[in-house]
Each structure stands twice: as structure tokens, then as C-alpha cells.
Design a protein around this ligand. Structure first.
Ligand code: MF3
Ligand code: CO
Length: 237
């Protein structure tokens, strides 16, 4: 899993560097496929429940599962969530970042910062003897105290020889519930955080989730292993 996750981290870094006004989400997808092929890694999302691309590119009010398009040119002031996973030697890695396109509003930057920090609040709970929902609770507390809202419809997940394994990991809920964490367990933790209301809807393409109020949304994800000591962030690179 370390190998898969390292490949994901490196490819995400390259994609992030490529984000600038004028680039299309299609270009980013093509680059991700190219970089994965060079590592002999299989893009994890392509073909998953019929999803046609290697990458999810969710711009501004798009929450997750935005589909790359030749017609979606990034422009200054946008924020884009880039979500990518691979499988290699039978194991998966999965991660996402939300990055600014050129210079963006202070509100957009704040949303991205709080979402990434919320992910790290969740990761801090990835300790032996903690319960699964300690992760969920930490994320919700952090986000709501800062006036943002947690998307309910999508969750983090166990990950290993499948992209999505049990358990599901909501980004909200009371602490102290669910499985007791043990060294060797690996989770993909992925808060999706909205500037306005929490509710989302799915577009006619059947994939793209957007905020119902059309306000901004951000998404960060890491694949993280429980160890005897500190959480091991496998997709950190
Ligand atoms: N990172 C997302 C997830 O963990 C991406 C899945 S997109 C899909 O669920 F196309 F594979 F469904
Ligand atoms: Co995931």
C-alpha cells in the first residue's frame, strides 16, 4: 500500500503544479493517465461503477466526482479538487487535494485551509484504541466551529485490496462509536466541506455532485495507516 500511495502522492503533486488558468480538466486527466502508465500503476477510478476517467476534477461548487471535460477550462479564481487513486501489486492508494487556480478570494482560501486542517484533525484520531467515529467527530467539530458545513452524502472508507472497503467513515457524528482502531488498519479519510449549506445534488451526468446553493466546496483526502505510535500518512509522499 505504501508503494501505491507514494505513486498517488507524486502524481497529485505533478497535477497540482500543472494547475493554472487555461488548462482544461481534460488535460489534467490525460496527464494523470500518462503518469500512472509510466509507473505501471492502474488508475483506480477508471471503470469503477462505470466511471469513465482516471481523475475526478471538481471545480468550485462541484463537491466530488466532477468529470474531466475538454470544455472545462480553469480560470483565475477557481478552486479545483483533484482526486486520484491507483492500484499496483494488488493494493490501492487514494488521495485528493483542493488547489487554487491563480489567485483566489480570501473566502476560497479559508475554505481550503479549514478543509485540509479538518482532515489533519481527523488523522490525529488515527491511534490504537481510539474508535472509528472519533475521526468523524473531530472533523465535524473543527469544521462547524469555523462556520462551514459537512457534506453527509459521501464518506471516507477502508482501503486495501479494494478501493472501497468497510468501514464507511462519515465526516460527522458523535465520538466513541464504531470499531476500535488497531495497528495495520488503513483508512481513506476525506472531508468534503461546503461554504454554505451542506446539501448536494447530482447533475444529469449521474456523477458530479454540486452544492445546492452553488457556493464553494473543498475536498482533501489521505490514505492513513494505524500504527503503534503516530498515524502513518501513506499518501503524504
Ligand atoms: N476518492 C473517491 C473515493 O474514495 C473517488 C472515487 S470516484 C469513483 O470514493 F469514480 F471511483 F467512484
Ligand atoms: Co476515497
Amino acid at each position: 500500500m505504501r508503494k501505491a500511495c507514494l505513486i498517488v502522492a507524486e502524481i497529485l503533486k505533478r497535477l497540482e503544479e500543472h494547475v493554472q488558468p487555461g488548462v482544461t480538466t481534460w488535460d489534467l486527466n490525460a496527464l494523470s493517465e500518462d503518469l500512472a502508465a509510466r509507473q505501471k500503476a492502474k488508475p483506480a477510478f477508471k471503470g469503477y461503477h462505470g466511471y469513465p476517467f482516471a481523475l475526478c476534477t471538481s471545480v468550485n461548487a462541484e463537491v466530488v466526482h466532477g468529470m474531466p471535460s475538454k470544455h472545462r477550462q480553469l480560470k483565475e479564481g477557481d478552486i479545483i479538487s483533484i482526486d486520484f487513486g491507483v492500484m499496483i501489486d494488488g493494493y490501492y492508494g487514494d488521495a485528493a487535494v483542493t488547489v487554487p487556480v491563480g489567485s483566489v478570494s480570501e473566502e476560497a482560501r479559508e475554505l481550503c485551509r479549514v478543509t485540509e486542517d479538518a482532515l489533519y484533525e481527523g488523522i490525529r484520531q488515527v491511534q490504537p484504541k481510539h474508535r472509528l467515529s472519533d475521526i468523524s467527530h473531530a472533523i465535524q467539530e473543527y469544521v462547524e466551529a469555523r462556520g462551514f458545513s459537512v457534506v453527509r452524502e459521501f464518506v471516507g472508507h477502508g482501503i486495501g485490496q479494494q478501493l472501497h472497503e468497510s468501514p464507511q467513515i462519515p465526516n460527522y457524528g458523535p465520538a466513541g462509536k464504531g470499531v476500535v482502531l488497531k495497528p495495520g488498519m488503513v483508512f481513506a479519510i476525506e472531508p468534503m466541506i461546503n461554504q454554505g449549506r451542506a446539501e448536494v445534488e447530482i447533475l444529469d451526468d449521474q456523477w458530479t455532485a454540486v452544492t445546492i446553493d452553488k457556493k464553494l466546496s473543498a475536498h482533501f483526502e489521505h490514505t492513513v495507516a494505524v500504527t503503534e505510535n503516530e498515524p502513518d500518512i501513506l499518501t503524504k509522499g
